[in-house]
Design a protein around this ligand. Structure first.
Ligand code: TEU
Length: 540
């Protein structure tokens, strides 16, 4: 696999990007309309979250038909036009493949319910269940119609896990990927793909809600090699990314190293759990810098050493905005946003930008639980109340942690609803839109810094291809790493705090060239003083 390591991916949540029909929901034509903007930013690949027919119980991750377009988002003609216009701008699409589970509205599940044995073997049906918990709360098993059986759903009860042990299911999945390949799509993001390999005999396990019993099972690697061979592996420059839930470095090396013939790269989420108390999402606590630094170093060093490849990201549609989690935005919005960007865009791996990140978008300040749409947020709220949290505290937690934080409509301008729609948006617009919007921010520091980072990756092989080595592991404030490529070295220093900090750099870098900084007058000296959220990159 020889995907292009100079490419940068931009993630679009279609439902919230741009509405052109006036139904309050973003659509494919809205993406077409904004292609010139994305071109200006300089991104190469556009990952679109699912736009397939779906009851939208989990915003499209409950797919009812893998080979069609949900009329909410447009038509197949719109899709084809999007592909061809994007091509004119030298941009390509990355489609989201949700192959671990499908909607219970899918005809496979409906036929299974009607007693069709062939389709019953498409799902994981058992008379005796396990104690596994659904990731959205409650037991991961629900009654299968009026039978004695239960079906497995690791997510919502309307998202039934597919039985990958059945070769026919694997063939169906190949057909899905090839359907989109025939439409010219080469890049794919695979949803929770490290959960597809379930054992024949499923065992209860109270530890971590049962996760160990179905995560990263060895057979998953076999399924991925098979999928690769039958589908995207035939396109030499295909870019594939697997979303890996609660994974390990060892498995991610296997998933992503070129010799494995599995995937091009992996998403892991360990660095986005450093503000979880005891590993629990629905808690409130400050982020642990030392843990973040250690995770980045462990992953960076190991993946570099073993030729694995990471997808680098701070934000996505499942996460509150990183600015709200890691940065003192009241005083240092721009400095913090640019530091976060530099800390991953100059690192080893493929950077992903989540829509709005390039203008410094923030979480909304909603004041009622009814403002939230996400099924996970509502379940979590009920769950917290049932554990006798008072309503204010439960709401405070939802407000900090809800996935809707990043799903609010893209802020285009200061007109009503941020120029996203002329109707009532499906999810409220964040109240910051009069100041944080594309029209206003396109010439600002954050946007320009992203442009610069994207361009640097194109211009310098050390950024796209260099090795990664951890630096200053003992620092309590600075996350630093060194890249190396064909005799060149790049040192990247990032102050993760809103206070000045000092660091003494190695002599070899003191005569180096300042490649990039997020402050205007940064200077290189042996004793370096980094200002709040200052990022600097020195090349020798
Ligand atoms: O996410 C997988 C996943 O593990 C997250 O949903 C995670 O459990 C959650 O954010 C923790 O709070 C993928 C998609 O990205 C997500 O949008 C889907 O809901 C999920 O799979 C099911 O398809």
């Amino acid at each position: 696999m020889t995907f292009d390591k100079k490419k940068v991916v931009y993630q679009i949540y279609p439902k919230s990007f741009k509405d052109t029909t006036g139904n309050g929901i973003g659509d494919l034509n809205g993406i077409i309309e904004k292609l010139p903007y994305l071109k200006e930013l300089g991104v190469d690949v556009l990952w679109l979250n699912p736009f397939y027919p779906s009851p939208q119980r989990d915003n499209g991750y409950d797919v009812a038909d893998y080979k069609a377009i949900n009329p909410l988002f447009g038509t197949m003609e719109d899709f084809d036009r999007l592909v061809s216009i994007a091509k004119k701008y030298h941009m390509e699409l990355m489609l989201d493949m949700v192959l671990n589970h499908c909607s219970t509205d899918h005809e496979w599940f409906q036929k299974a319910l009607q007693g069709d044995k062939k389709y019953q073997d498409y799902f994981i049906l058992r008379k005796e269940t396990t104690d596994w918990q659904s990731k959205f709360g409650g037991l991961a098993w629900s009654k299968f119609g009026n039978t004695d059986y239960y079906y497995l759903h690791l997510f919502d009860k309307t998202q039934a896990d597919l039985n990958w042990r059945n070769p026919e299911v694997r063939l169906e999945m190949q057909k899905v990927v090839n359907f989109w390949r025939e439409k010219g799509i080469k890049h794919f993001r695979f949803d929770v793909i490290n959960l597809i390999g379930k054992d024949q005999v499923l065992k209860s396990n109270p530890v971590l809600d049962g996760k160990m019993e179905y995560t990263d099972k060895p057979i998953t690697h076999k399924y991925l090699k098979e999928l690769n061979l039958a589908t995207f592996g035939q396109d030499s420059d295909s870019m594939t990314v697997g979303e890996m839930s609660s994974t390990t470095i060892e498995n991610c090396i296997k998933y992503s190293s070129p010799n494995s013939n599995e995937l091009a790269m992996v998403f892991n989420f360990h660095h986005l759990k450093v503000d979880y108390e005891n590993g629990q999402k629905w808690t409130l606590t400050k982020f642990d810098f030392k843990e973040l630094q250690k995770l980045y170093h462990d992953w960076g060093n190991a993946m570099s050493h073993a030729d694995g490849w990471n997808a680098l990201f701070w934000n996505n549609h499942d996460q509150p905005r990183a600015l709200n989690r890691f940065i003192n935005i009241k005083d240092f919005h721009e400095e913090g946003a640019t530091m976060l960007a530099a800390s991953i865009h100059l690192s080893r791996g493929t950077p992903y930008i989540y829509m709005g990140e390039e203008i410094g978008m923030l979480d909304p300040n909603f004041d009622d639980i009814s403002d939230y749409v996400d099924v996970e947020s509502h379940n979590a709220f009920e769950n917290l109340l049932s554990k006798e949290y008072n309503k204010d505290l439960a709401f405070k937690i939802i407000k900090a942690k809800s996935r809707d934080n990043s799903r609010t409509p893209m802020q285009w301008d200061e007109s009503e609803n941020a120029g996203f729609t002329t109707a009532t948006p499906w999810l409220k617009v964040a109240e910051t839109y009069p100041t944080i919007n594309v029209e206003r921010c396109k010439n600002n520091k954050i946007f320009k810094f992203y442009q610069q980072l994207i361009k640097l990756r194109k211009d310098l092989d050390i950024i796209s291809h260099g090795s990664y080595k951890s630096k200053f592991e003992n620092s309590d404030t600075v996350y630093a790493f060194e890249r190396e490529y064909q005799g060149q070295k790049l040192l990247v220093l990032n102050n993760f705090f809103d206070k000045e900090t000092n660091i003494e750099i190695d002599s070899e870098f003191t005569d180096g060239k300042l490649l990039l900084s997020n402050y205007e007058d940064s200077k290189i000296t042996k004793q370096l003083s980094l200002r709040p959220y200052e990022s600097i990159a020195i090349i020798i």
